[in-house]
Design a protein around this ligand. Sequence first.
Ligand code: COA
Length: 205
Amino acid sequence: MTAVKPHHSPAPAPVVVDLSVADLRYRLHDVLAVYVAAMDYPRGTENHRAPMWTEHTTRAGWQAVAALLPDEDGRVDLRTAPIVAIAYGYHGAPHQWWHQQVHSGMRRSGWPENSARELLSDYFELTELHVHPSAQGRGIGGILLRRLLQNRTESAVLLSTPEVAGEGNRAWRLYRREGFADVIRHFVFAGDNRPFAILGRRLPL
Ligand SMILES: CC(C)(COP(=O)(O)OP(=O)(O)OC[C@H]1O[C@@H](n2cnc3c(N)ncnc32)[C@H](O)[C@@H]1OP(=O)(O)O)[C@@H](O)C(=O)NCCC(=O)NCCS
């Protein structure tokens, strides 16, 4: 006799939570797996990024949010629940490599020194924002972005994203929808030949 399959219930809606430094370090492997899948990077990229993501947790103003799948009872155990999205950032500061790269890029692309200094004097760097491909297109990226930014005290937020023809991907649509404007276009970071855009907006949202 053929068994009747139980009715398939729809996937539970992910739950968005703040991650502490300890939470992120405990789930480092899992959040890096989301990053590698979202960016379609080669396997093994996790290993290069792990020390960097760990070091970032020590920076002033570090803050992270994640989306996790609840169990059948609707509970979310931060230590075990599957992670489908991760975002974090920290307070930008002049000794940071990214800050220095962006500062010189702004100058080379025509920003006057005083305007560049003013923007870079008080900003949140949105360092990473990734939604697993299986969970994209349901508004989760937007929820994480707004949750990270809603209580920041900085006067601006800056991020970098790969240049894409016609701004034709979800990242670009999300950032434009949330009011991000060009800071530098077609910027090449030292040691990486892919062009990036630096985008930013004033805070609060
Ligand atoms: C970029 C990224 C973080 C966006 O996250 P996301 O959850 O897919 O995106 P959004 O929150 O904007 O939602 C995407 C789509 O859902 C739609 N949407 C928004 N809110 C929604 C909701 N409540 N219900 C259903 N759909 C919704 C949007 O209209 C959007 O449509 P579009 O992509 O056709 O413009 C994610 O797609 C991703 O990780 N991409 C690959 C990696 C990457 O590019 N990372 C950023 C590099 S800097």
